[in-house]
Design a protein around this ligand. Structure first.
Ligand SMILES: Nc1ncnc2c1ncn2[C@@H]1O[C@H](COP(=O)(O)OP(=O)(O)OP(=O)(O)O)[C@@H](O)[C@H]1O
Ligand SMILES: [Mg+2]
Length: 233
């Protein structure tokens, strides 16, 4: 079991947003969490990585209870996180942005420069360019590469399709599928983009007002109309 979230509650001064969320990633593969704006997707990601404290429930990484660990310690134990909006340092070079991903490295894992340049060769060619001058899609790939460079075995992705043009969303989908197959990582992806979800996930949990109200898998996940219904008002 790579990630196990059990009965998680968390939120802000205004109250709990997550109302007892449970989900698990057993091994390599891609699990989605879908839901409309404001349903608690980012709150869930921030609580799993440790930027927001859990008020109730537990988070386990490879069996270890990390619920009270700091975010940097969770990251060091092999979790890559791509926040919503990517969190790029626009005024820093592509290479320096990539290097910030190495801080999660605890020395046990080798820096994966060859791996990320293999997936995204443009990052090597544009190493000195300022990250803020890349297109939305290229910035998303840089953010994915930065999360990957420390050699994580779990990736948390918060709406990677946001601000990315459709043809590049397909490319990112292919990248994720290949990554899981070749590197054996587990991916938890939060999305509203039906095309990306259908393309990559093994199953998707539907988040509504901080609760998982349905889980779609197999045929139902390939059915774009059904997926769209779950994302409609
Ligand atoms: N810092 C905050 N302080 C108070 N309330 C917040 C804060 N951040 C988010 N919220 C509220 O918590 C709820 C869940 O927000 P969250 O960002 O988790 O939703 P989301 O599903 O990620 O939405 P989106 O698809 O727009 O990114 C919303 O009602 C939101 O207004
Ligand atoms: Mg969000």
């Amino acid at each position: 079991m790579i990630l196990e979230v059990n009965d998680l509650r968390s939120g802000y001064a205004t109250g709990d947003v997550l109302q007892g969320v449970s989900l698990a990633l057993e091994g390599p593969g891609i699990v989605g969490v879908i839901g409309r704006n404001g349903m608690g997707k980012t709150t869930l990601m921030r609580t799993i990585i440790g930027l927001l404290p859990a008020r109730h429930g537990t988070i386990r990484l490879r069996g270890e209870d990390v619920t009270r660990l700091r975010a940097e310690d969770r990251a060091r134990s092999g979790v890559g996180y791509v926040p919503q909006g990517r969190g790029m340092f626009a005024g820093m070079s592509v290479l320096d942005n990539l290097r910030t991903g190495l801080f999660i490295n605890d020395g046990r894992r080798e820096a994966q420069f060859d791996l990320v340049y293999g997936y995204f060769p443009f990052l090597r060619q544009r190493a000195k360019q300022l990250a803020g001058t890349l297109s939305g899609g290229q910035q998303e790939m840089l953010a994915l590469a930065r999360a990957l460079i420390g050699g994580p075995d779990l990736l948390l992705l918060d709406e990677p399709s946001d601000g990315v043009q459709p043809s590049i969303i397909d490319e990112i989908g292919d990248f994720l599928t290949n990554l899981v197959y070749a590197q054996g990582v587990a991916v938890l992806i939060v999305e509203q983009n039906v095309d990306l979800i259908r393309r990559v996930v093994d199953r998707a949990h539907v988040l509504e007002k901080g609760r998982i109200v349905a889980t779609l898998a197999g045929e139902t996940i390939r059915d774009g109309e059904l997926l769209a219904e779950h994302l409609a008002i």
